[in-house]
Design a protein around this ligand. Sequence first.
Ligand code: SF4
Ligand code: SF4
Length: 181
Amino acid sequence: MFKNCRTWGMALVATGVNAVAPALRALRIPAKEIHVLRPGFWHRYELSELNPREWEALCDGCGLCCLLKFWTEDDEIAYTNVHCRLLDCSTCRCRHYPARKKIVPDCIKLTPGSVREHAPNMPSSCAYRLRLEGKPLHDWHHLVSGSRETVDKAGVSIKNRGICETTIAPDRLAEHTIETP
Ligand code: SF4
Ligand code: SF4
């Protein structure tokens, strides 16, 4: 999930994560259910039991994982409102999702195999982190609310609130620190 010191120097860590469907061979579900969203899958099944479509659907689309972050002197993660250059901040979507790793090599793919390792560094509201910790999704999550807009209305997403990394100087990143989500 976490990027390395991609742009911001040795002391800084930029962070990006995205959800990647689990490998089919790792799934233990009937073939006929591979591409369907099973009722209540987000609370009925473990992350490792989700099919590829369910895995993708679990993402709340907040965009928080595409924000740049850095380690503080206290060894804590500081979030900024500066986002990856591939993020469309008006939709909170990656502009080149299928090819993102080629364009941004240090974009970390979140998978069933890596989620446990990376969850502690995810925002506390992240659906993958919540489910890994055995917690329910928030009311504003689209799977609960039935609307993709509730993550924005709840003030969780970074829709139209971020600044692209290409518009600021690397040594000014700390000036864009925000409260940890
Ligand atoms: S490459 Fe795409 S998914 Fe990865 S951090 Fe950037 S915007 Fe997010
Ligand atoms: S739920 Fe939010 S933080 Fe978690 S992977 Fe999806 S966009 Fe990123």
